[in-house]
Design a protein around this ligand. Structure first.
Ligand code: ADP
Length: 209
């Protein structure tokens, strides 16, 4: 149904030379809401599926994780510029076995949070550390940090650790729970170290080979 709503709005937009500015704004608003709803539904479906042992399989192809990181950094650099945040990465090539699309989603969620809980002039660094038996994918920022008492709960569904809800960017509280499930499906784990006012480091540990 959402795809139908979405394409209907696009039809209306295309056939709308004579529309007033007000009508165009309403159509634009509708499209944005439909888009967000679409994202929310796919997030909820992903979590529901992750709970079902019969649909837990993920594709496991071998690929270069460094190349995937580069792809995500290139994709998000325009947004980083817009937000005035310095986004960089460092690391060496390493083959992992997993689902590229899902690991891209994990990295996108972590970097996106790095944008959302930071301010202009801040930075996000992505680092790939290759160990003998495991691979560490670290995403660090110098943003607002997460209070100690909230840290064990931020991977829970719908949990948001904001001190003042009013000032926070809008979010669903689902991002980290999705990242958690996707990493778990890869046989890995995700952890956080964070200090209020200094920043946060999220570390994804993936098994090698
Ligand atoms: P959302 O960002 O939609 O609220 P998430 O599940 O991605 O949901 O994050 C849960 C909560 O963890 C956020 O609401 C925020 O309070 C906190 N958080 C996540 N990432 C960061 C970060 N990089 N810096 C500070 N706080 C963070």
């Amino acid at each position: 149904p959402l795809s139908v709503i979405f394409s209907s709005i696009e039809v209306l937009e295309k056939a709308g030379e004579k529309r007033t500015r007000f009508e165009k704004e309403i159509l634009h608003g509708l499209k944005e809401e439909a888009c967000q709803m679409n994202q929310l539904v796919s997030d909820l479906l992903l979590l529901a599926r992750a709970d079902n042992p019969y649909v837990q399989q993920i594709s496991k192809e071998s690929f270069d994780l460094a190349k995937l990181i580069e792809k995500v950094i290139n994709k998000l650099t325009p947004l980083a510029k817009e937000k005035g945040i310095d986004l960089t990465w460092a690391g060496e090539s390493v083959q992992v076995k997993g689902d590229q699309g899902k690991l891209e989603q994990v990295l996108t969620i972590l970097i996106d949070n790095g944008f959302n809980y930071n301010q202009i002039g801040g930075w996000i660094r992505v680092e790939l550390v290759v160990k003998r038996k495991e691979i560490l994918l670290k995403v660090s920022d110098n943003g607002k940090g997460i209070p100690k008492e909230h840290q064990p709960k931020i991977f829970d569904r719908f949990y948001r650790a904001e001190v003042s809800r009013v000032q926070e960017p809008q979010g669903t509280g689902l991002g980290l729970s999705i990242a958690y499930e996707l990493v778990r499906l890869h046989g890995g784990k995700i952890e956080v170290i964070s200090e209020i006012g200094k920043g946060s480091t999220f570390t994804v540990t993936l098994p090698r080979g």
